[in-house]
Design a protein around this ligand. Structure first.
Ligand code: UGA
Length: 458
C-alpha cells in the first residue's frame, strides 16, 4: 500500500485520486491534500485543470484559493485530464455531477458511469472506489457489481457529502458527521478501515460516524436534502398564510425556532431554495421513489417544490403590484444573482429566475452581484449588468434584493434613495431592516411580513 510520511495530527498520508473537479471535487481534493494526503484530481475540462494547477480556485468559495495554493506548492496536490495519473492511488473518490435529466426529473448518471468506466482500466487489486456524488438509491449496488465484474479486485464504498457551498472547505475538513456505506463481509471491513485512515483527523475530533449498507448511505443524502428543502418550504408556506392574514413570518420562525425540536436554522422565508443540489435532489428522489412504485411516500416533495417555485413568482408579482400593475418599461435594480451569498453559483438560482422573469415582463432590469456576474452573464446574456451597486440602483424605479449578501444588508437606505428614481424596495430575503428603510422614506415590502410594521416587538 502506498504510504507517505506520517504528518502531524496522527494523519496517515494516503495516495488518493478525485475524479471530477467541480464544486464538490475541487474542494474535496484540496481539503484532502490540506490534511496531508497525496492527491491527484482528474477532470475532462482542460481549462479547469490548468487553473487548478496554478493553485487558483475555478469557483468562488471562501478559503479554497488558500488551501489550493499551499497544497499545489507543497507538491501534495496536482490535477490532470489524464485518467492514467490515478494509478498508484489507493482510494479513488468519484465526485462528478449528477444533474437533472433534460426533459425529466430523474438524476442523469451519465457522468458517474463514464467516470467508473474510465477509471476501471487503471485500478489495482485492493483499491477502494468511494462514491461521493449524490445518486439515486440502488446506484452503488449496481456500480459495485460493475467493479466486481471488471476483475480488478477493487471494491466500492459510498460516502455521501454534506458540504454547503460558502462553507465547503470548513465542512470538508471538519464535517458534522461521516457516513460510510459499505458492503457486508471482509471487503466492507477493509473499506471501513481505509476510510478511517482517510478521515483520521475528523475522527480524532469525535466526528460522529455512521457505518451503513449502500442503500442507507444513498438514502441518508437524499433524506437530508429533502428534509432541508421541506423545512424551507414549510416556512415559505407559513409566509403565504402570513401575507394573507397580516402576520409576521419572521417572528413566527423565531418563536417556533425556540423549540429545540424544531430549531431556528433553515426557517428563513424568502424567494426560496435554489442551487445545484436541493431542487434537483428532491426531484430525483421523487423520480426514484416513483420508479420503485413508492411515489406516494414522497409525494409531499412535489408540494415542497411547488411552494418553492411560487415564492419566486410572488416576488415578481409583488414588484408588478407595487408599480401600478406592471413592470413594463420600469427600471428595476436586481441585487443578487447567486443562489445564496458567499457563492458564485447561479444553478437554479431564485435570484436569477426573478431577474429573467422581470425582464420577460418588459422590465428594464439591471442586475448586480458581488461574485456571480460572469456565471449569470454566460447563462442569461440578455440581461443587463451593472458594474457596481451604485450603478445598479442609480435611476431605479424599484430595487429588489434576492440574495442576502452582506454588501446589500449594509446599504444605507438614505444614500440609496438619493440615487434612485423611485422609492420601492422589495426584500426577497427578509434581510434588510424594515424600520431603517421605511424611516429613510422607502416603501418597504418583504416576504411574509406585514407591509406596515404593526406587530409589537419585545
Ligand atoms: C445543500 C445542503 O445544505 C448541504 O448539506 C448539501 O451537502 C448540499 O446541498 C449538497 O447536496 O451538495 P447548498 O446547496 O450549498 O447545500 O445550499 P444551502 O445552504 O442548503 O441553501 C440552499 C438554498 O436554500 C439557498 O438558495 C438558500 O438561499 C436557501 N435557503 C436556505 C432559504 O431559502 N432559507 C433558509 O432558511 C435556508
Amino acid at each position: 500500500m502506498a504510504r507517505l510520511p506520517t504528518e502531524d495530527r496522527g494523519q496517515v498520508a494516503l495516495k488518493m485520486s478525485v475524479i471530477g473537479c467541480g464544486y464538490l471535487g475541487a474542494v474535496h481534493a484540496a481539503a484532502m491534500a490540506e490534511l496531508g494526503h497525496d492527491v491527484v484530481g482528474v477532470d475532462i475540462d482542460p481549462g479547469k485543470i490548468a487553473t487548478l494547477n496554478r493553485g487558483e480556485a475555478p469557483i468562488f468559495e471562501p478559503g479554497l484559493g488558500l488551501i489550493l495554493t499551499s497544497a499545489t506548492e507543497s507538491g501534495r496536490l496536482r490535477f490532470s485530464t489524464d485518467m492514467a495519473k490515478v494509478r498508484g492511488s489507493r482510494v479513488h473518490f468519484i465526485a462528478v455531477g449528477t444533474p437533472q435529466k433534460h426533459g425529466g426529473n430523474a438524476a442523469d448518471l451519465t457522468y458517474v458511469d463514464a467516470a467508473i468506466d474510465a477509471l476501471i482500466p487503471h485500478l489495482s487489486d485492493g483499491d477502494l472506489v468511494v462514491g461521493k456524488s449524490t445518486v439515486p438509491v440502488g446506484t452503488a449496488a449496481r456500480l459495485a457489481e460493475k467493479l466486481a465484474a471488471s476483475g480488478t479486485g477493487a471494491t466500492l464504498a459510498w460516502n455521501p457529502e454534506f458540504l454547503r457551498e460558502g462553507f465547503a472547505v470548513q465542512d470538508t475538513i471538519s464535517p458534522d458527521r461521516l457516513v460510510y456505506g459499505v458492503s457486508a463481509g471482509i471487503a466492507g471491513d477493509q473499506a471501513r478501515a481505509l476510510l478511517d485512515e482517510v478521515y483520521t483527523v475528523a475522527l480524532s475530533q469525535d466526528t460522529p460516524l455512521v457505518v451503513t449498507d449502500y442503500a442507507t448511505a444513498e438514502l441518508v443524502k437524499a433524506a437530508a436534502n429533502a428534509f432541508l428543502a421541506t423545512k424551507i418550504s414549510f416556512i415559505n408556506a407559513m409566509a403565504e398564510i402570513a401575507e394573507a392574514t397580516g402576520a409576521d413570518v419572521t417572528q413566527l420562525a423565531d418563536a417556533i425556532g425556540h423549540d429545540n425540536r424544531i430549531g431556528r436554522r433553515f426557517l428563513n422565508a424568502g424567494v426560496g431554495f435554489g442551487g445545484g443540489c436541493l431542487p434537483k435532489d428532491i426531484r430525483a428522489f421523487t423520480a426514484r421513489a416513483e420508479e420503485l412504485g413508492l411515489g406516494e411516500s414522497v409525494a409531499f416533495l412535489k408540494e415542497v417544490d411547488s411552494i418553492n417555485l411560487r415564492r419566486r413568482q410572488r416576488a415578481v408579482d409583488m414588484a408588478a403590484e407595487s408599480l401600478e400593475g406592471s413592470v413594463f418599461g420600469r427600471r428595476i435594480a436586481v441585487l443578487g444573482l447567486a443562489f445564496k451569498p458567499n457563492s458564485d453559483d447561479v444553478r437554479d438560482s431564485p435570484a436569477l429566475d426573478v431577474a429573467v422573469q422581470l425582464k420577460g415582463l418588459g422590465g428594464e432590469v439591471i442586475c448586480y452581484d458581488p461574485e456571480a456576474m460572469s456565471n449569470a452573464k454566460a447563462k442569461h446574456p440578455q440581461l443587463s449588468f451593472a458594474n457596481s451597486i451604485v450603478d445598479a440602483v442609480t435611476g431605479a424605479d424599484a430595487i429588489i434584493v434576492v440574495t442576502e449578501w452582506d454588501d446589500f444588508k449594509q446599504l444605507d437606505p438614505s444614500e440609496v434613495l438619493a440615487l434612485a428614481n423611485g422609492s420601492l424596495v422589495i426584500d426577497g430575503r427578509n434581510c434588510l431592516d424594515p424600520e431603517a428603510w421605511r424611516d429613510a422614506g422607502w416603501e418597504y415590502r418583504s416576504m411574509g411580513r406585514p407591509d406596515r410594521a404593526t406587530a409589537l416587538v419585545v
